[in-house]
Design a protein around this ligand. Structure first.
Ligand SMILES: [Zn+2]
Ligand SMILES: [Zn+2]
Ligand SMILES: [Zn+2]
Ligand SMILES: [Zn+2]
Length: 243
């Protein structure tokens, strides 16, 4: 009975103090209309415990309308994970009631997850370029903005092919051919120098006389060109019938 009397006395004092401070308090309940008084209004330890429990379950703090006066979490909570093609969303939740705080929801854009290496989608050939891209590691699709062209091009052989045999008049040419289509790869074409002339037998052009020398020369057996460097003088011939 002593204990009960003491509690009654405490409640009376508390109610009195509260009346003086002009706050409204529900003795034995869990609601305070004045939030600033929550920790200082002389609530008994039992009441403090009740209100902290209530915070987790119903709502310790309420607005005038009786709904939760939300307290924002520090970080966003992802409510809907975005996928490759559909957007997600995130929001701030209330630390008290766990609900999404209205007006804080933002969209998380949809998007693929690019692989770290290229995939060749179209093999280039001699004539047509190919393409490669990063694929999505989730859905496998080509990520359009990563598509790049692979230039078309021949595959050069490792040895030259003589395309035009040179002769003593015209130079020839050789090139690397493509091992795939066989065509000459234009930028590999190089010239082959002309071959030397092939001197034929000496032919006397001017016969010597007893008093004048003559000369002889050689022609190329391939192109019939007179090889002027072969021209030599024939000394006068004492046996010539001419002067
Ligand atoms: Zn809340
Ligand atoms: Zn994807
Ligand atoms: Zn080719
Ligand atoms: Zn010649």
């Amino acid at each position: 009975m002593k204990t009960l009397r003491r509690i009654s006395l405490l409640l009376l004092v508390a109610a009195l103090a509260c009346a003086l401070a002009s706050c409204s308090i529900t003795i034995g309940g869990e609601r305070y209309s004045d939030q600033s008084k929550e920790t200082t209004a002389g609530a008994t330890s039992a009441e403090t415990r009740t209100s902290s429990t209530a915070a987790k379950t119903t709502a310790a703090k309420t607005t005038a309308e009786g709904t939760c006066a939300h307290v924002r979490e520090q970080n966003y909570t992802v409510d809907v994970q975005p996928s490759c093609t559909t957007a997600g969303r995130k929001s701030y939740h209330c630390t008290l009631c766990g609900e999404i705080i209205p007006g804080t929801t933002v969209s998380i854009p949809a998007g693929h997850t690019p692989a770290s290496t290229y995939t060749v989608d179209v093999q280039p050939n001699c004539v047509y370029p190919g393409s490669k891209s990063y694929h999505c590691t989730v859905c496998g699709e080509i990520i359009p903005e990563t598509v790049v062209s692979i230039p078309a091009g021949h595959t050069p052989a490792s040895t030259y092919t003589v395309d035009v045999q040179p002769n003593c008049v015209y130079p020839g040419s050789k090139s690397y051919h493509c091992t795939v289509c066989g065509e000459i790869i234009p930028e590999t074409v190089v010239s082959i120098p002309t071959t030397p002339h092939t001197p034929g037998p000496y032919e006397i052009v001017i016969y010597p006389t007893r008093t004048h020398s003559g000369w002889k020369e050689q022609k190329c057996t391939q192109c019939d060109l007179v090889l002027e460097e072969t021209r030599v003088e024939i000394p006068p011939d004492p046996n010539s019938p001419y002067d």
